[in-house]
Design a protein around this ligand. Structure first.
Ligand code: COA
Length: 332
């Protein structure tokens, strides 16, 4: 009989067994899957933050973990929503394990008074088990991005070509740092994050956007910094006003994967190749700080043609679709 229950992340052996099952389900059949490293996941679960609750849930048969779920919800905003990720290794699929984990999620969401369930799906080909499973549960696809990768170390010739074709940067200066944001840039960096949240396309996903403050930035960076080295390049105008930034995360666990995260150029400063200049400068940082990483990943909305053009110039190629889905639970 399948039995579903919460995992105590402080139980080291059980956490490892849960993580193995969760990861095996998440990576199956994908060319370049990006899954949170064991150490980063363990840290996040064992040291809860004040903004988000994360619960690891396992599906058990005779005390063996056959599948895993991450069940998450924010504590100070987006109070109607929970996020789930359900992963079952291929050898245990089509036995109702995914459904049993889902039923746990529905019950807990109802206990919390939350009515919107969100999930993300990696879809490398069609048909795909996760997509069929989610459709059967009633999820609706609200937003689609391309997940792209470029091999590391970066091709120096490609970067030289880009540097010469993009020309000189006029009217702006770039500042780069590795790690947490230096105090003198924190207010501008927090404001740029707020602008990013407002600007980034998320289709029909329900999302309450909360402005960033310096305090929130410091708290968030302190947590992230334990497991990821942030590489940031920021653009300022000649008079010192912020114009944009780009951010790469290098996992400290020396995995194969690095993540090209946000890139934002504020509306008034678009059309000057600033996005390309920012990325080029940050890739110089990447070449200095990279350890074992073999792939740089990024995600771009299918509707975001300017960023897709920049990605192509930088040698990224698509490996799968990244879909964001939502389901509204019936209210009683
Ligand atoms: C999606 C996933 C969790 C399903 O796990 P599972 O234990 O096989 O799920 P269930 O056995 O409960 O399947 C429930 C229903 O989903 C549908 N389904 C699931 N996999 C399917 C497949 N390969 N082909 C067709 N339908 C499928 C079926 O309707 C199935 O019911 P049925 O077996 O009675 O026909 C698993 O395939 C997986 O881990 N995939 C990778 C991660 C992922 O995409 N997760 C989903 C996002 S949260």
């Amino acid at each position: 009989m399948i039995c579903v229950r919460e995992i105590d992340p402080a139980d080291l052996a059980l956490f490892d067994e849960w993580y193995d099952a969760f990861r095996a389900g998440a990576v199956a059949g994908r060319e370049a899957p990006l899954v949170e490293a064991r150490s980063a996941m363990a840290y996040a679960l064992r040291n809860p933050g004040t903004l988000k609750q994360r619960i690891a849930v396992g599906a058990f048969e005779d005390d063996r973990v056959l599948g895993g779920m991450l069940f998450e919800y924010r504590l100070t905003d987006n109070l109607d929503t929970v996020e789930v990720e359900i992963d079952v290794p291929p050898e245990h699929r089509r036995r109702g394990i995914g459904t049993a984990l889902w039923q746990w999620a529905v019950t807990r969401a109802a206990q919390l008074g939350r009515t919107i369930v969100q999930t993300e799906l990696a879809v490398p080909s069609d048909p795909w088990p996760g997509a069929l499973f989610a459709e059967r549960l009633g999820f609706v696809v609200e937003h689609v991005e391309e997940h792209l990768v470029v091999p590391l170390p970066y091709d120096d010739l490609l970067l030289d070509d880009l540097r010469s074709s993009v020309g000189r940067l006029e009217g702006y200066r770039l500042t780069s740092w590795a790690g947490v944001c230096p105090p003198e840039h924190q207010q501008a960096y927090a404001d740029l994050h707020s602008a990013m949240d407002l600007d980034v396309p998320t289709g029909g996903m329900t999302r309450e956007v909360v402005p960033w403050t310096v305090e929130k930035l410091q708290a968030s960076e302190a947590r992230v910094d334990r497991n990821y080295l942030a590489l940031v390049t920021m653009a300022h105008t000649a008079s010192g006003a912020p114009a944009g930034y780009t951010l790469i995360y290098l996992p400290r666990a020396n995995t194969d994967h690095a993540q090209q995260d946000d890139t934002l150029v504020l509306r008034d400063h678009r059309g000057h190749n600033l996005g390309t200049h920012l990325k080029l400068a940050n890739l110089v940082q990447l070449s200095k700080h990279r350890t074992t990483q073999r792939y740089l990943h990024t995600w771009t909305a299918l509707t975001n043609s300017p960023m897709r053009r920049v990605n192509t110039r930088f040698g990224f190629r698509p490996v799968e679709q990244h879909r964001e889905l939502e389901l509204r639970l019936p209210t009683r």
